[in-house]
Structures are given as structure tokens and as C-alpha cells.
Design a protein around this ligand. Sequence first.
Ligand code: SAJ
Length: 425
Amino acid sequence: MKSWTFLLGAQLRPGGRFAEAPGDAKLVGMRVSVLGLGYVGLPTATLLAATGHRVSGVEPDAARRNSIAEGRFFAEEEALQPLLRDALRDGMLTLHAAPVPAETFVIAVPTPLGPERRAVLDHVWAAADSIAPVLAEDALVLLESTSPVGTTRALEDRLREARPDLRTLHVAYGPERVLPGNLLAELRRNPRLAGGTTEEATRHAVSFYRSFVEGEVTGTDAATAEMAKLVENSFRDVNIAFANEVAFIARHHGLDPFAVIELANRHPRVDVLRPGPGVGGHCIAVDPWFLAEGAPDRALLIPAARAVDAAAREEWLERASALCAAGQEVICLGLTYKADVADLRESPALAIAEALARRHPCRVRVVEPHLKHLPAGLREATLEEALSGEAALLLLVDHAAFRAVPPERLNGRVVLDTRGIWRNV
Ligand code: SAJ
């Protein structure tokens, strides 16, 4: 039985699914199926359930389903845990290996980068094929996975081909903008886009997001929403690459790049980002290629930015490697892709530490306070060992624990600080 209700006095149109909702009317109590319970899918499913939707979370990986059921998944996302526990306990969120019927389907599956630097959409197509048999008339299908321009339209074509019997189907793109480390708050508060393949689909998608998101929801068409998402992360990638190029040039002149950038940023319209050992995470290092693949001949800056990123990794690897070759032990501080998360996806710190350890197996150890176990092949050191010994220190991640090191403990030590947090010692 359909049981959604509108809040704030809006009317439910008999037989309709999204009545014209006056003002800020909100839709709750809908059956929503979220496909893929990862970084985006799990917080989304949890927030939807907390808002009053009845959510079926679809995750084919049994081990991940179990660890979600036991509250062991994303334990570092502290704000998420109580909401997730409540949603599971109250039965507002149920876990499934395959899709069950629902009014709205949210596809939040991975879209990795393939060997040709093109998006691999296999998981999206598999998700589409899995929901096709359970789609009902008037269903809303939302793609949230980061995807090249045109994917939502292709998704709709695939669903229509599988279900030619459906008269009405609404398909839209609803990109996420969450920052790992603060998933729930970002999901709730960030403004977001919703772009349908038709105006009606856009309207339905906007209503859906307004039902659980506090940030402004802007409607657009599917292709514009797809490209806007790619532009956001490419903008960051290109700007971090610029910061790294500034760092190369500053070091060439014997200058401190962080001091140069700090002073340049005193200009009211300048905001250079921070140089580092390169960009990691599943989004920023990947999405620029999805943007470029749509028009490879027109993408000049994006591949250049990616090349600068590779050069930043290379520079720090070579500098540390030279120390090892001269007989020095090097302790790498940090492995994760950014500060204060336990996430190793596309981490430049991990890539540098692993390459260094492969070259000099006996001379490299690693401190990573956010991981219980280091990846195979890396030898562990404690922060205290790093600070009290003679080894050179390669600071790769600006974790709070490393920021808190008193400057006097680094006196007289050989320090390679990729992040600029110890540069004044
Ligand atoms: N980094 C630098 N210098 C900086 C800022 C970041 O080297 O000045 C590095 C970080 O160390 C890290 C990488 O960039 O390796 C990315 O970190 P991040 O915090 O900038 O972003 P992510 O990957 O955690 O999340 C991004 C966000 N996108 C933008 O800020 C435009 C987030 O809002 C997106 O939702 C997310 O990608 C995503 O899922 O697409």
C-alpha cells in the first residue's frame, strides 16, 4: 500500500504519487530502495530512514551487510552511528542482497576509472538490470553515482528497453557532495542538484531530495547536473595542481611555497589551495577524467593538472628515496588519503610509502594512527619511536596527531614535510 504523506498541509492527490505540494511541503513515508551501501548510499539510506521513509538498503556484499548490521561499518563517522542503529532497530532501514519493490530507487554504486581512463559503468548497468523487474508504474529512479555526461539518459533507455510495459517512469541524476569524515552533516545540509531527463522527472527528484535535505535543492536537466558534479571536483583538482606547481617553482628558487601562498592569499580575490604529496580519495583524482572523456580534444587543462599531481608524488618519493639510498632510515607519517580519516582510497601517501618500501625494504617504517593494521608489506612504527629515534621523517598526511607534535621534538631532525605543518621548525 502506498503510504506517503505530505507535511505542512499539502494534499495527497488521489492516485497520484507527487501531488503539487504547496510551499515547502515535504514528502515522507515513501518506500525507497537504495542500491549500494557505500560512502554515499549508507548515509543516504540512514538519513532517509531517520526522516521517515521506509528504506530497503541493497548491498550484494554479504560481509558489508553484516558489518553494517553490527554497526562496524564507517565506525569513524561518529554522527552516523546512532541514526543507523535506530533505523535498523526500528525497521525503517532493512538490508537486502537484491532489490525489493519500492516507489523510488536511488543508485549509489561505484563508478571506477578504467584502464583507458574512462568511467567503468558496469555497476550502474547491473543495478539497472536488477531493479528493472521490480519497477512499478510511476517509479522514480535516481542515479547518484558520479558518471560521465549522458549516463542518466542511457540508464533511462536501458530501463525502458527492459520494461516496455511501463507507461510512466521518471529518471533523474542527483549528485552527492559529501565530504568523507563528515558524511551525515554534509548530506543533510549541503545544497544539491537534481536533474531529470524530463521536466516532470526533475520535479519529482527535487521533491524527493527536499524531503530529507535541509540545503537548497535546485532542479536542472540530467546532463547539466552530471557535468556540474564533474566540474566541482575537477575545479578542486586543477586548483590543487596549481598549488603543487607553485610549490615546484618556489622550491626551485629556494623559497618556502607555503609562505609564498600564504602571502599571495592576502589578496582579496586569491585563494590558492595547499600543496601536498598529490590528490587522493575516490573523487578528485578520478572525476576529472570522466569530464575529459566526454570531449577529449577540448580538455587541455585537466590532463595537465593530473600530470602535475603525478609529478608531486614523484618528487617526494625521489627525495625520500635519496635519503634511504644514503643509508638513512625514513619513517613515513600518515598513509590515508587526507587528514583524520581511515580511508586509503587512491591515497598518494600510501602510493609513496609503498613505492619507497619496495625500493628500500629495510629502511622504511610507517606511522598511521587511524588504521588498526597497516597494508601488507609495510612495517609499523609508533609516533613516539619516530620522534625519539634518528630516522628522517616524511610527513605525508596532516593528521591532528602530527600537528600536535611540539616543535622542539623535531629539533635537529631531517624532516620532509609535504603538507607544510612543520615547516617552521
Ligand atoms: N588536498 C590537497 N590540498 C588542498 C585540499 C585537498 O592536497 O588544499 C588533497 C587532500 O589531501 C586529498 C584530496 O585533495 O588527498 C581530496 O580531499 P578533499 O578534502 O578536497 O575532498 P574529498 O575527496 O574528500 O571530497 C571531495 C569533495 N569535493 C569538493 O570539495 C569539490 C566533496 O565535496 C565531494 O562530495 C567528494 O569529493 C565526492 O564524493 O565527489
